[in-house]
Design a protein around this ligand. Sequence first.
Ligand code: ZN
Length: 136
Amino acid sequence: MLKKIEHIGIAVKNIKEANELFKKLFGKESYKTETVESEGVSTSFFILGESKIELLEAQNENSAIAKFIEKRGEGIHHMAFEVDDIYAEIKRLQAEGFTFTRENPEPFKGADNKLVCFLHPKSTNGVLVELCQEIK
Ligand code: ZN
């Protein structure tokens, strides 16, 4: 079961500038910045009530964020949903006919102490859906 929107990911060209802008918008500081080397992204997180906003900047041109910005410009990149058991959810969603961005969808360590996995937007009406489970 998908429990709630854990965060919304926003692709930005310049994370330093975006941090300043979102700081003004939200009236609070980012609580964490983190680089995910395996994905080639720098991230910054804001928390608002129960949900978070994740800013993502590409570290290199091969990063999915660089490709996304090139094709579609800056903006909402993905929606992340919290799950208790990511392995069980992957199995359930595969059985329902959803496809994932990786052929063998193995969860991997994402930002913010999470195991993550992405559904292919082709199978979810154009929305890139992230499943995330807190690493305990
Ligand atoms: Zn995310």
